[in-house]
Ligand binder design. Structure first.
Ligand SMILES: NC(=O)c1ccc[n+]([C@@H]2O[C@H](COP(=O)([O-])OP(=O)(O)OC[C@H]3O[C@@H](n4cnc5c(N)ncnc54)[C@H](OP(=O)(O)O)[C@@H]3O)[C@@H](O)[C@H]2O)c1
Length: 265
C-alpha cells in the first residue's frame, strides 16, 4: 500500500501486472482513481504501485492467482466486504485473461479448465461480488475485457468461446443494472501490442494496421465507458469486422475469421 486518500474513487484492476491492465491502472490513476492491483506477479505489481504511489495515488497490491478459487475468494471479499480501512470499489476492470495454444482435442483438460477459471468463472464471480454494493450505493461500474475473437468462429482454443460469453454476460448485466446508477460495458479489442501473444508463444503476425496500441485501446474504452456505451470496440478496422460478423452469412464470417487468424487474440 502506498499513499492514502478517501475522497477519490477506487478501481480494482485484474491482470494489472502487464499490458492492458497496467495501462488501465495508469490511466485511471491519471483520472483521479485510487487503484487495487490484482495479478500473480507481486514484483511487477509492487513496482507499478510504487510508480503510482509516487504520484499521489493510493495503490494497493492484491496478489492472487485467479485460477485458484481460494485466492480468488480474497478478491471477491475485497469487492463485496471492504475492510474498515479500505474504500469500496467504484470501478471493477475484469482484465486478466490469456489464450491457450494448440487444438482443443490435444490440449490437457486441466489447462482448459484453468483457462476457463481465469477467463470466464472469475469474471462471473467478481461481477457477482461487486455489483450488489454498487447498486446499493447507486453508483459504480464494471468493464469486462472481452475480444473481437468472441464475434468470430475460431479454431483451436476455447478462448473465443469464453470471450463470446463475456460479451453476452456484459450486455445482459448492462440491461439488469439499468436505472440503478451502475454501468457495465464489454471491451472488445482486436490484436493489441501487449505480452498476450508472446505468452502464447506466437509472433505478432499480419499487417501492421491490425495491431492496436494498448494506451489507445484503454483511452477509447474509458471514453466509451464515460458515454455509458454497453460495448466498446476500439479501432475502425475492428468496428467494421464486428459489424460484418453480425450481418454476414456464417460461411462468409468463417472465411474472414480464417484470414484474420481468429482464436489467437
Ligand atoms: N492483446 C490482445 O491482442 C488482446 C485482444 C483482445 C482481448 N485481449 C484481452 O485483454 C486482456 C488483457 O490481456 P493483455 O493483452 O494485456 O495480455 P498480457 O500483457 O499478457 O496481460 C495479461 C494479464 O493477465 C494476468 N493473468 C494471467 N493469468 C492470470 C491468473 N491466473 N491470475 C491472475 N492474473 C492473471 C497477467 O498477470 P500475471 O502473469 O502477473 O498473473 C497479466 O497481468 C485479456 O483478457 C485478453 O484476453 C487481449
Amino acid at each position: 500500500m502506498t499513499g492514502a486518500s478517501s475522497s477519490r474513487p477506487t478501481a480494482l484492476v485484474t491482470g494489472a501486472s502487464s499490458g492492458l491492465g497496467t495501462e488501465f491502472a495508469v490511466q485511471l490513476a491519471d483520472q483521479g482513481y485510487d487503484v487495487v492491483l490484482v495479478a500473480r506477479d507481486e514484483v511487477r505489481l509492487r513496482a507499478l504501485a510504487d510508480r503510482l504511489g509516487a504520484r499521489g495515488t493510493r495503490a494497493d497490491v492484491l496478489v492472487a492467482d485467479l485460477a485458484d478459487p481460494a485466492a480468488r475468494a480474497r478478491v471477491e471479499r475485497r469487492l463485496a466486504e471492504p475492510a474498515v480501512d479500505e474504500a469500496p470499489v467504484d470501478l471493477l476492470v475484469n482484465n486478466a485473461g490469456y489464450a491457450t495454444a494448440g487444438e482443443f482435442v490435444g490440449t490437457d483438460p486441466a489447462v482448459l479448465a484453468a483457462n476457463h477459471e481465469v477467463n470466464v468463472t472469475s469474471v462471473l464471480l467478481l461481477c457477482r461480488a461487486a455489483l450488489p454494493g454498487m447498486i446499493e450505493r447507486g453508483r459504480g461500474g464494471v468493464i469486462n475485457l472481452s475480444s473481437v475473437a468472441g464475434f468470430l468462429p475460431g479454431r483451436g482454443s476455447v478462448y473465443g468461446a469464453g470471450k463470446a460469453y463475456l460479451t453476452q454476460l456484459s450486455q445482459n448485466l448492462f440491461m439488469s443494472v439499468a436505472g440503478t446508477g451502475v454501468h457495465v460495458m464489454a471491451l472488445c479489442p482486436g490484436y493489441t501490442k501487449t505480452e498476450f501473444h508472446a505468452r502464447l508463444g506466437q509472433e505478432r503476425s499480419g499487417p501492421g494496421f491490425l495491431w492496436l496500441e494498448a494506451d489507445r485501446v484503454v483511452a477509447d474504452a474509458l471514453e466509451d465507458f464515460a458515454k455509458r456505451r454497453a460495448l466498446s470496440v476500439p479501432g475502425a478496422v475492428y468496428k467494421a469486422i464486428v459489424t460484418v460478423s453480425r450481418l454476414a452469412p456464417l460461411r462468409i464470417v468463417q472465411v474472414l475469421a480464417r484470414r484474420s487468424g481468429s482464436g489467437r487474440g
